[in-house]
Design a protein around this ligand. Structure first.
Ligand SMILES: [Zn+2]
Length: 241
């Protein structure tokens, strides 16, 4: 059974992973999908871990509440003003501005993503916003891939990326060496984007998920497991339209 503590009427279940780099204190992560991960130094007993989790229970509870509220709000989206939308891992409020003649625009201003459209019905807002995400993704992802590739010994010429909308995947790499990235990745935190790019670049060398592949990934990005857990936790939130 999964370890758990009680806080008020909430039962907080958590998973434990050991991290040899930690000295004394445990590190607690609350992921947006409601899972709680406890990283502990070597040699902690279950009881010591439970006490450490209890000490942070209030903080864990408030994070869980926040993510629960967010999930309620974000599914399904209405594409109306006031809604939360993501960009590079940060939350922005959508503001829909109608009645403008001529062309449409999307811009970021004062914590908002402002969509301006002659006729701002939700379907049109959704289309325009997704177009904007795609154009941003194209620039940001290619640029980031070039920066990351420069530090990776086996990549001589950074491969061109192709954007491909995928329902459950963030990226893929073809045997011919084409890297496909999901444009919705632009909604994820920067470190998660970097992880997906490094993962796909490792596939240029190792085309499967073999031991050698993971050794390579670990060498390039030792913290990849933690970043992947974070991205997995946000996937539903970021991929939902
Ligand atoms: Zn892969």
């Amino acid at each position: 059974m999964q370890p758990a503590i009680s806080y008020g009427d909430r039962r907080i279940e958590y998973t434990i992973s050991t991290n040899a780099e930690l000295r004394e204190r445990v590190r607690i992560h609350v992921h947006p999908n409601g899972t709680v991960e406890v990283e502990t130094p070597l040699g902690k007993t279950d009881k010591e871990i439970a006490i450490a989790v209890l000490k942070r229970a209030r903080w864990i509870d408030s994070n869980l509440r926040q993510f629960e509220r967010l999930r309620e709000h974000s599914l399904p989206r209405q594409y109306v003003s006031g809604e939360t939308h993501f960009y590079l891992g940060r939350r922005y409020q959508l503001k829909v501005i109608g009645g403008v003649h001529g062309s449409s625009s999307v811009r970021m201003k004062a914590g908002q993503i402002q969509v301006q459209l002659p006729c701002p019905d939700p379907a049109a807002v959704k289309r325009r916003l997704n177009e904007w995400y795609k154009s941003r993704a194209k620039l940001y992802l290619q640029d980031r891939l070039c920066q990351i590739a420069a530090d990776i010994s086996w990549v001589d010429v950074p491969p061109p990326i192709k954007l491909a909308k995928m329902k459950t995947q963030w990226g893929s790499c073809s045997p011919a060496g084409h890297v496909y990235l999901n444009p919705m990745l632009i909604k994820a935190p920067r470190e998660c984007i970097d992880y997906v790019i490094v993962h796909e670049l490792c596939h240029l060398q190792e085309h499967n998920h073999s031991k050698r592949f993971y050794a390579l990934l670990h060498k390039e990005l030792p913290t990849w497991k933690h970043i992947k857990a974070k991205l997995d936790g946000m996937a539903e939130l970021l991929l939902s339209e």
